[in-house]
Design a protein around this ligand. Structure first.
Ligand code: DGL
Length: 295
């Protein structure tokens, strides 16, 4: 059982920020990453749709015999975590609870800001989780949808990023939050600009870092950690052609991919390229030579 891989999924490329932290904390572990690049974004979709997509992906990953599932996408964690936890026979870790726990622990003023996609903010999942831990904490939220394309475009330290951050965040700063939860996979990429706008007195909580620590704790408690002398292998699957995932993903992950495979999931057939003859969920994949993709 300890030799099985950790499964991790996201709506696309953003979950690689969570994977990066998991690799840092648990370099000995094998991982299987799924990015639903054919159906991204999740942040603007209904909870029902996000839950359906999440269950399809979980089914694909569980068939690959994983020992634990990480829901790296904040929107999917907000909408689908309960459904995933009740349907899967393995531990399922979302990013909301770890981020909420950290925010409740570090706030001194008792006023916490949370930023995320429209779907995550609309769900109130962070506010509910923080209040479950400490009902006294006041939570102020703000959806920041433009941060996602900025991070993917690599516009993380220029005037556009600064202007966008100022218009989204000045209200939160004026309301006196002393802690800000980065409640979206992409926001750690914009940490520098977000930190500048919020100022030195505000602690940024990175849900990705907290989630990696939570995963390590669960595996340790269940005696599922691989020996620390090992070095893990990392496998990548996406639902659309991998070109853009590779280009943006290598920047998010901070390392090169060896191989990214395209796979078709049940229910997503209409989105699959017609030239692919792939059985849903049978694990048939289109292997892509990355050198060709990069050129
Ligand atoms: N991964 C999503 C999240 O963390 C952001 C991108 C999307 O909207 O799908 O909420």
């Amino acid at each position: 059982m300890p030799w099985k891989a950790i499964g991790i999924f996201d709506s696309g490329v953003g979950g690689l920020t969570v994977l990066k932290e998991i690799i840092t904390v648990l370099p000995q572990e094998d991982t299987i990453y799924f990015g639903d690049t054919a159906r991204v974004p999740y942040g603007t979709k209904s909870p029902e749709t996000v839950t359906r997509y999440s269950l399809e992906i979980a089914s694909f990953l569980v068939k690959r015999d994983i020992k634990l599932l990480v829901v790296a996408c904040n929107t999917a964690s907000a909408c689908a975590l309960d459904a995933l936890q009740s349907m899967l026979p393995i531990p399922v870790v979302g990013v909301i609870e770890p981020g909420a726990r950290r925010a409740a622990a570090v706030t001194r003023s008792g006023k916490v800001g949370v930023i995320g996609t429209e779907g995550t903010i609309r769900s109130s999942a962070y506010a509910k989780a923080i209040k479950r831990i400490n009902p006294e904490v006041e939570v102020v939220t703000r959806a920041c949808p433009l941060f996602v394309p900025l991070a993917e475009e690599g516009w993380t330290d220029n005037e556009v990023a600064r202007l966008t951050a100022r218009s989204y965040l000045s209200g939160l700063r004026e309301q006196g939050v002393d802690t800000l939860v980065l409640g979206c996979t992409h926001y750690p990429i914009l940490k520098k600009v977000i930190g500048e706008v919020m100022g030195d007195g505000v602690t940024l909580v990175d849900s990705a870092e907290e989630t990696a620590r939570t995963v390590a704790g669960i595996l340790q408690a269940k005696d599922l950690l691989r020996p620390s002398s090992e070095r893990g292998n990392h496998h990548y699957f996406v639902s659309d052609v991998p070109g853009a995932f590779v280009r943006v993903g290598e920047r998010f992950l901070g390392q090169r991919f060896w191989e990214v495979r395209q796979v078709s999931l049940a229910g997503q057939d209409e989105a699959a390229p017609s030239h692919l003859d792939i059985d849903p969920l049978k694990g048939d994949v289109q292997q892509v030579r990355l050198d060709a993709e990069r050129n």
